[in-house]
Design a protein around this ligand. Structure first.
Ligand code: CP
Ligand code: NVA
Length: 319
């Protein structure tokens, strides 16, 4: 029997597997209703402990397009986590649904769910990573730039948050040169930098962690940023809005990158803070392609995990 595969961090896919998933996402984008590994319809449970627009809608649409039935469960609507332990929840859910998708706070909760589940568990954003977003981002870069390996991707802002970690790990997994810039004290944890360096050594990518925004931007192919106040950090908002001002993606910052650089933002965006309106609404921004690609990328990872876990006959057909 195949081992169940999960997608909890960007490094849960090998470089070859990441490429396979992105190839599949492009095929699915071209043939929207041609893949039905959840035919039945089988149910996918999607839990939200934090708010969402894109993740919620893209998973719902994607699960339906794969022939399945999405069950969206918002914070406070289930027993998970407060009235019932994660292991007990996993053991109940695995008998009823084909995949578990969860947006939550602690990464350890996702790990505990996966350790107790015989169906795939997917991280729909945790405090530490947002790997589904990065599949969509890399898909968008591929569409605009072709080959990912060898490109320079620079992320500026809160460099200790989930998006910074995922840009670093997913980017080097694809063989990219990833530069992460933020102020001292808000840079990726040492363990994540080491994991990224190890993966980069396999793919030909590289890791640069810096407090120098201008150096990070020089000749970059892809510029990315994210909110300075992530979900769960609302009480620190006032202080955070002052911390990252030197790392804002302004027109002047963008001018340091290559002339044909593209700009990513996972959204929601706060114009005038992490990104200038002229940049996010300008010709180099691809943020709405990126948002649409959440659907295609997530369909691909769901179908791929089902097939790789032996739970679907193939990415196209249910068992
Ligand atoms: N980018 C993203 O995950 O958006 P939502 O918070 O709206 O899901
Ligand atoms: N870093 C942000 C991403 C939102 C999609 C957060 O965690 O709130």
């Amino acid at each position: 029997m195949a081992t169940t595969r999960h997608f909890l961090t960007d490094l849960d896919l090998s470089p070859a597997e990441q490429r396979e998933v992105l190839d599949l996402a492009l095929e699915m984008k071209a043939e929207k209703y041609g893949f039905t590994p959840y035919a039945g319809p089988q149910t996918v449970a999607v839990f939200f402990d934090k708010t969402s627009t894109r993740t919620r809608v893209s998973f719902h649409a994607g699960i339906a397009e794969l022939g399945g039935s999405p069950l969206i469960i918002n914070s406070g609507e289930s027993q998970l986590g407060h009235k019932e332990s994660i292991p007990d929840s996993a053991k109940v859910l695995e008998r009823m649904v084909s995949t578990i998708v969860w947006r939550t706070y602690a990464q350890s909760g996702l790990e505990e769910m996966a350790a107790n589940s015989s169906v795939p568990v997917i991280n729909a954003l945790s405090d530490d990573y947002h790997p589904c977003q990065l599949l969509a981002d890399l898909l968008t870069v591929r569409e605009h730039k072709g080959e990912l390996a060898g490109l320079t991707m620079s992320y500026l802002g809160d460099a200790a948050n989930n998006m910074a970690n995922s840009y670093l790990l997913a980017g080097v997994n694809a063989g990219m040169h990833v530069r992460i810039a933020g102020p001292e004290g808000y840079l990726p944890a040492e363990s994540i930098v080491v994991a990224a360096q190890e993966r980069a050594a396999l793919t030909g990518g590289s890791v640069t962690i810096t407090t120098d925004a201008a150096a990070a931007l020089a000749d970059a192919d892809v510029i990315a940023t994210d909110t300075w106040v992530s979900m769960g950090q609302e009480e620190e908002k006032e202080a955070r809005l002052k911390l990252f001002t030197d790392y804002a993606v302004t027109s002047a910052a963008l001018a340091r990158a290559k002339d044909d650089a593209i700009v990513l933002h996972c959204l929601p965006a706060y114009r005038g803070y992490e990104i200038e309106a002229a940049v996010i609404d300008g010709p180099q921004s691809v943020v709405f392609d990126e948002a649409e690609n959440r659907v295609h990328a997530q369909k691909a990872i769901m179908a791929w995990l089902m097939a790789a876990s032996g739970l679907a006959a193939s990415v196209r057909e249910a068992k």
